[in-house]
Design a protein around this ligand. Structure first.
Ligand SMILES: [Ca+2]
Ligand SMILES: [Ca+2]
Length: 381
């Protein structure tokens, strides 16, 4: 049965054969750090802001500077666009709850059909809550996309006004059944799935920080491919991680599928992270960190109120999903193909023109995502 399952991409540079980070490195314990919110944020929907966020860990979020998020926020500081996170499921995050107690997070649906692996005692049901030691994964992804700004705690997401619908596809063991994933993709975009109530929070942006672990890799799974085609026709875009095996992403599902936006990971210097997949199926890159490089630039990620340094294409993709949600905020008429084209055209070129100068054939798309330039293109169209 193992060959019919997917493994979540939660890798690190040191974990090329072990896909899950066992012991994240703690760099701070911020639970008691609650500075006063700024008096004026200028962060109203529809407006831009030049004021830096006051969130205590913003200064550590080097990735936001690399993707030019602060510059993008001068165009639009946030947009209430729904992003579906197909991952380990719902985990309540303080970052998704406003100081007034309003949540931007929806407990969507649990698509894990096998009761023996679900960890919640049953098959599919309306409670998408994450279970087990990988449950943090969806929280990290959601925070990267949508963490609130100027809320007195934690970090800032790329789109601090995004709404997240959690769709559980990973079982307690971190593995994913392809049919569960295919159904979850359809449901996320508002398409009907037999036996499941229609999604009342349909999304046009789907984040998939997960990948097939087939050996040998056989390309895009046909069930997943059909679901991708169906939701793309409906105007939804899948942003997917390229995976962390330091190999060609073309054989992977969903990274090697057509009609998806495949994102690989670069270090803070714009070079391909040592673990990051590459190749013609990769559209562009985003910061993923690399604890093995000279600067040791792990991404600062918020899990249950604490900051951990972690790396992986799992964490590169959500930054692009956040940018896509901002683009749809300024221009809801954009098609998936137009969004991909704009992101690729506006990406910051790799230093010297190659993400991997030592092996130029290992390509990473057109560059590193540039949120500001992409947003300007989206606003002009
Ligand atoms: Ca269940
Ligand atoms: Ca925050």
């Amino acid at each position: 049965m193992l060959t019919s399952l997917f493994a979540l991409a939660v890798g690190t540079a040191a974990a090329l054969t072990v896909k899950v980070t066992a012991a994240p490195k703690v760099i701070a314990v911020p639970a008691s750090v609650r500075p006063l919110p700024a008096a004026s944020t200028g962060a109203a929907s529809g407006a831009g802001t030049t004021v830096p966020p006051t969130d205590p860990f913003f200064a550590q979020q080097w990735n936001l500077t690399q993707i030019r998020a602060p510059e993008a926020w001068t165009v639009r500081s946030g947009a209430p666009v729904t992003v579906a996170v197909l991952d380990t499921g719902y985990v309540r995050s303080d970052e998704l709850i406003s100081p007034a107690g309003v949540s931007r997070e929806t407990n969507g649906y649990d698509f894990v059909s096998d009761p023996a692996r679900s960890g919640d005692g049953d098959g599919r049901d309306a409670d998408a809550s994450g279970v087990g030691r990988f449950a943090y994964h969806a929280e990290v992804v959601a925070n990267l996309i949508a963490a609130g700004r100027d809320d007195g705690h934690g970090v800032v997401g790329v789109n601090p006004q995004a709404r997240i619908v959690h769709v559980r596809v990973a079982a307690e063991d971190g593995m994913i059944d392809p049919q569960d994933l295919a159904d979850a993709i359809r449901w996320s975009a508002g398409l009907s799935v037999p036996g499941v109530p229609v999604n009342s929070h349909p999304a046009r942006v789907l984040n998939l920080s997960l990948f097939a672990d087939f050996i040998p890799l056989t390309g895009c799974d046909s069930r997943v491919d059909a679901a991708i085609r169906a939701v793309t026709a409906r105007g939804a875009l899948l942003v997917v991680g390229a995976a962390n095996d330091a190999t060609d992403a073309s054989g992977y599902t969903p990274a090697g599928c057509r009609n998806v936006l495949t994102v690989t990971a670069v270090r803070s210097d714009g070079r391909r992270a040592s673990y990051a997949n590459w190749g013609p199926s990769v559209a562009l890159a985003a910061p993923g960190g690399d604890l093995g490089d000279p600067k040791g630039d792990g991404l600062p990620l918020l899990i249950a109120g604490k900051i951990f340094l972690k790396t992986g294409t799992s964490f590169a993709a959500p930054q692009v999903a956040g940018v896509v949600s901002l683009m749809l905020g300024v221009n809801p008429a954009l098609t998936p193909a137009q969004i991909v084209s704009m992101l690729r055209a506006s990406a910051t070129p790799f230093p010297g023109g190659a993400c991997d100068p030592e092996t130029p054939s290992r390509t990473c798309g057109t560059g590193t995502v540039n949120a500001a330039a992409a947003l300007r293109l989206a606003a002009r169209k």
